[in-house]
Design a protein around this ligand. Structure first.
Ligand code: NDP
Length: 453
């Protein structure tokens, strides 16, 4: 049987066994097809049935989360923890609290996490979790009660050598604090079972900034490899959460001009450059909508979602040199990709997980636009989480500079590994292929070495 036939069979199996999990199917399709050059070179992966094994999570935990709202009413949400692959280390991956969370989304994120974690060069397996709970417009007490209830089930499945969750969309320092407090109460142990912790109780400096900073380091490495750099480049950024904010901060340090940000309600275009302090005040302090950014007298333009182009997002209509999609999955469509090309964009650097739709990616890969896949470009967050785990294990606290230097080096290594692998497989600069093969090969080789478990 041919390799493509084998891949098609695995994908057909996923579709049949996991109906309605479109995002998972999209992620698996992209990864498996990009592995063809490796599978042609080394027959062991087919012999040991690695493709069929790697698309099935080792464990899926789905649980009910009951919590009491401020009116005294019992509310119910669904919690998930998908422990996808622990071949190269304990499970690691974030928790997402967002109404769109379902099994398919958590599985796509967990699947991507396997290869991302492998690319970091650190010993961490892949997992992801979360809930369809919406933290927006909930009081602090409601969020605390939800987190406590969520952890009352999750604590049975995690551990410092077993599974160490972190934050993601809707899960920041506040939620990690409530989750950690409940874990400690239930177990009586002060263990490093979560990352993204507060600095007073085991957190690491730079963890908050790591994904955004890492994304910019990655972009700079890619541009340098092509004889260019970020200085003076106009950059569009989508999102206005953790990843977007620290992408914007680091872009300024590199002398670039970040000219946009967005949220679920609209997009800001600020030609002179996003006012970082104003953005942090609105989003980090007040958890408010970006609409208020435009209230203050400035030359910025606010486009509400209702005025977005059909099948697209206003943020990608803004002419830029480099685009940093940093909000959520499938936020950059085929129409958006064509617009970026038309406007002369030279690099799309994914800060979010799978922000580019399958059709858009297919189009981009046929153009001369450089493309950094999220599993490589946004791996700085999980890499710094692992640095937090190292500090916890050795009871040490490294300085901001120490962690940042390590992060910079890790991003350089990830870029080099993805780039060198693309050269090895004769598709120089195709980092989708390079990152997928490099991430997969380490896990697959380890699966073979560990036998059929
Ligand atoms: P945050 O919750 O801090 O911010 C998310 C941002 O994206 C917000 O601006 C939010 O707008 C916007 N957003 C979320 N969902 C949608 C949607 N359906 N439509 C439009 N806008 C939306 O999350 P992060 O910044 O942490 O995460 C952003 C991306 O980066 C995600 O894909 C995540 O998986 C990925 N990532 C995050 C890492 C981390 O360390 N935090 C690590 C690696 C990847 P609003 O405020 O209006 O909801």
């Amino acid at each position: 049987m041919s390799i493509t036939q084998d891949i098609d069979d695995v994908l057909a199996y996923i579709k049949e066994a996991s109906p309605g999990q479109d995002e998972f199917y999209q992620a698996a399709h992209e990864v498996l097809y990009s592995l063809i050059p490796l599978l042609e070179q080394d027959s062991r992966y087919m012999e040991f049935n690695i493709l069929e094994r790697i698309v099935v999570p080792e464990r899926s935990v789905i649980f009910r989360v009951n919590w009491i709202d401020d009116q005294g009413k019992i509310q119910t949400n669904v919690g998930y923890r998908i422990q996808f692959n622990s071949t190269i280390g304990p499970y690691k991956g974030g928790l997402r609290f967002h109404p769109s969370v379902n099994l398919g989304i958590v599985k796509f994120l967990g699947f991507e996490q396997i290869f991302k974690n492998s690319l970091t060069g650190l010993q961490i397996g892949g997992a992801k979790g979360g809930s369809n709970f919406d933290p927006k417009e909930k009081s602090d007490n409601e969020i605390m009660r939800f987190c406590q209830s969520f952890m009352s089930e999750l604590y049975k499945h995690i551990g410092k050598h077993r599974d160490v969750p972190a934050g993601d969309i809707g899960v920041g320092a506040r939620e990690i604090g409530y989750l950690f407090g409940q874990y400690k109460k239930l177990t009586g142990e002060f263990d490093g079972i979560l990352t993204g912790k507060g600095l007073n109780w085991g957190g690491s400096l730079v963890r908050k900034e790591a994904t955004g900073y890492g994304s910019v380091y990655f972009a700079q490495n890619f541009l340098e490899a092509c004889g260019k750099d970020l200085k003076g480049k106009k950059c569009t950024v989508s999102g206005s959460g953790n990843v977007a904010i620290y992408t914007i901060e680091k872009l300024y340090e590199f002398g670039a001009i970040p000219i946009s940000c967005s949220d679920s309600k609209g997009t800001i275009y600020h030609e002179e450059g996003i006012d970082l302090l104003r953005l942090k005040t609105i989003k980090e302090m007040h958890h408010d909508s970006l609409e208020s950014y435009a209230d203050i007298d400035c030359s910025c333009v606010y486009t509400p979602v209702r005025d977005y182009p059909k099948d697209g997002h206003a943020v990608w209509d803004i002419a830029c040199d480099v685009a940093f999609p940093s909000a959520t999955q499938n936020e950059l469509t085929l129409r958006d990709a064509k617009k970026l090309k038309e406007n002369g964009c030279i690099l799309i650097n994914e800060g979010a997980n799978m922000p580019t739709t399958a059709e858009a990616l297919k189009f981009i890969r046929k153009t001369d636009i450089l493309f950094s896949p999220g599993k490589a470009a946004n791996a700085g967050g999980v890499a710094t989480s692992q640095l937090e785990m190292s500090q916890n294990a050795s009871m040490a606290q490294w300085s901001f500079e120490e962690v940042d230097i390590k992060l910079r080096q890790i991003m350089k290594n990830i870029f080099k590994m993805a780039y060198d692998t693309s050269v090895e497989f004769e598709c120089e600069g195709d980092l989708v292929t390079g990152a997928n093969i490099a991430g997969f090969r380490k896990v697959a080789d380890s699966m073979i070495e560990q036998g059929a478990v």
